[in-house]
Ligand binder design. Structure first.
Ligand SMILES: [Zn+2]
Length: 503
């Protein structure tokens, strides 16, 4: 509740009074101003509307009422020049024997958007000769750029990211060569089940999809530094993208509450860490304040543009399913950013006729960090908060930032919120790990939740279900991982090895 109590108007800086090295004095470039002319930020609580960027003013992260903001933009099909470049590329493709049908005058099937995205996905880049635009087409975020952010291409900071696997793991849809993966479908009790592994992003978590957009915003606003308060996946991603863009990355940490392992990525990528004598809420409050005062771009979960990048999880999985909508979309729920983002992606895909209907959403919380589940159980009459505690640290959140946005997604998709115990999470993680796929503990909430909902009959055995895994196995090398047998070494003889393996 501390975070919500901060009134942004009280923190607006008098920038002229600050002579500092972080903020660029350059005004916004004309192409940036033009590109963002029809992009707005709307308050999720009071519906107040603000311009997405304003020359001479600091970036806005909150409504004047204190609530978070949601990006609203008009979607425009790529203009003629862009399509002409596309056509030229198609000619190149034909020279390489990858003929495209677009120039043959074939009518497009379905939405024109679908044709654009499918064309981009169908042509792999040739790294030595491809243009920047073709490399953007290869990003699992920027392939959908017209639906993500209207940034002029020269500002985009991309690894590229995305293009994560969608594993068929159901009893029926898993082929014989993947019999290990089928154990996941057996455990869940599902015939047609897919897992989309966002831990296959460049820094090992889904955070890269939002961060490429957030750091791109920092770049086009002329910021020289970006910051967040986090001890996990967000800071690792921020540090990586800041380093790529030549910006300073700053990570605020609550002192005495940080594990060295989780920090390793951020430190390796060269982020500056600031330890705060206080708890995580103190770090959150201070990073917001210092960003406003020093002109550092804030990339906390408050930042509305990160959600826009995370929408690409939804677009990409739909494209991988040939735009066929699953019956269910199941995902771990902590701060509720992904529930909001993927829900928004499906809503927009529906509005653009990319898909014919919406799937039902199932958001899965850890029992010890289940304020959204408790709110759902009381019919969303009251917003619950709690002191959070679970082994799934990535979803250990007692007062989720994206509550209002996620509630809308559950309500408009006839969705459900379920909670699972730490023991259920670790049992599911062991199944995912032993299948050969692997994930961090929070990700396993997805499978634990699917199993529970199938057992309850909420999800039917023959429903088509997509589950989201959010982080790489190596993000947490201790929790739920079998310990190596101590004193297990054997003599370096074939007899000793033979008898060891016979045990
Ligand atoms: Zn408001």
């Amino acid at each position: 509740m501390l975070v919500m109590a901060i009134n942004s108007t009280g923190l607006q800086p008098d920038r002229e009074a600050n002579d500092n090295r972080f903020h660029s004095s350059a005004s916004l470039a004309p192409d940036v101003v033009e590109a963002f002319a029809s992009t707005m930020l709307r308050c999720v609580e009071c519906a107040a509307l603000y311009p997405a960027i304003e020359a001479g003013k600091p970036p806005r992260y909150r409504c004047d009422c204190g609530a978070v903001l949601d990006v609203e933009q008009e979607f425009r099909l790529p203009q003629r020049a862009d399509r002409a470049r596309q056509a030229a590329r198609d000619v190149d493709s034909m020279l390489y024997g990858l003929g495209s049908e677009i120039d043959a005058g074939t009518p497009s099937a379905g939405s024109p958007w679908r044709q654009i995205f499918d064309e981009r996905a169908a042509t792999p880049p040739i790294w030595s000769i491809s243009s920047d635009q073709m490399l953007l087409d290869h990003s699992g975020v920027w392939r959908y750029r017209e639906l993500i952010l209207p940034a002029p291409e020269r500002y985009v900071v991309s690894r590229p990211e995305g293009n994560t696997s969608l594993y068929p793991v159901g009893i029926e849809n898993c082929v014989a060569s993947r019999s290990g993966h089928r154990q996941i479908g057996v455990f869940a009790g599902l015939e047609r089940f897919y897992l989309k592994h966002e831990g296959e992003n460049p820094t090992g978590s889904f955070k890269d999809r939002g961060m490429t957009v957030g750091v791109t915003m920092a770049h086009l606003l002329g910021s020289k530094a970006v910051a967040c308060a986090s001890t996990g996946n967000t800071s690792a991603s921020l540090a990586s993208y800041a380093a790529q863009a030549g910006m300073e990355g700053i990570v605020f940490l609550p002192s005495g509450n940080v594990s060295a392992g989780k920090l390793a990525q951020s430190l390796a990528y060269g982020a500056r860490t600031v330890q705060i004598d206080g708890d995580f809420d103190d770090a959150m409050r201070l990073v917001e304040q210092v960003c406003n005062e020093l002109g550092i771009y804030l990339l906390n979960s408050l930042n509305p543009f990160r959600v826009e990048g995370q929408k690409a999880i939804g677009f990409e999985l739909l494209q991988q399913l040939d735009w066929q909508v699953p019956d269910w979309l199941v995902l771990p729920a902590g701060n509720l950013g992904n529930t909001s983002a993927i829900g928004k992606a499906f809503r927009q895909a529906y509005e653009l006729s990319l898909i014919s209907h919406l799937p039902r959403f199932a958001a899965i919380q850890a029992e010890g960090a289940s304020p959204f589940y408790r709110s759902f159980k009381n019919g969303f009459k009251q917003r619950e908060t709690m002191q959070a505690d679970t082994v799934a640290t990535a979803i250990r959140i007692g007062d989720p930032v994206s509550y209002a946005r996620a509630r809308r997604v559950i309500e408009e998709t006839n969705g459900v919120v379920e909670s699972v115990t730490d023991a259920e999470i670790l049992a599911a993680k062991a199944v995912i790990d032993r299948s050969g796929i692997g994930c961090e503990p929070a990700s396993a909430a997805t499978l634990a939740g699917v199993r529970k909902l199938v057992a309850q009959g909420v999800i039917k055995r023959d429903d088509k279900v997509v589950g989201i895994l959010t982080g790489n196995l190596l993000k947490d090398s201790k929790t739920g991982i079998p310990q190596a047998v101590s004193g297990g070494s054997v003599k370096a003889t074939i007899e000793a090895v033979r008898s060891a393996l016979a045990e």
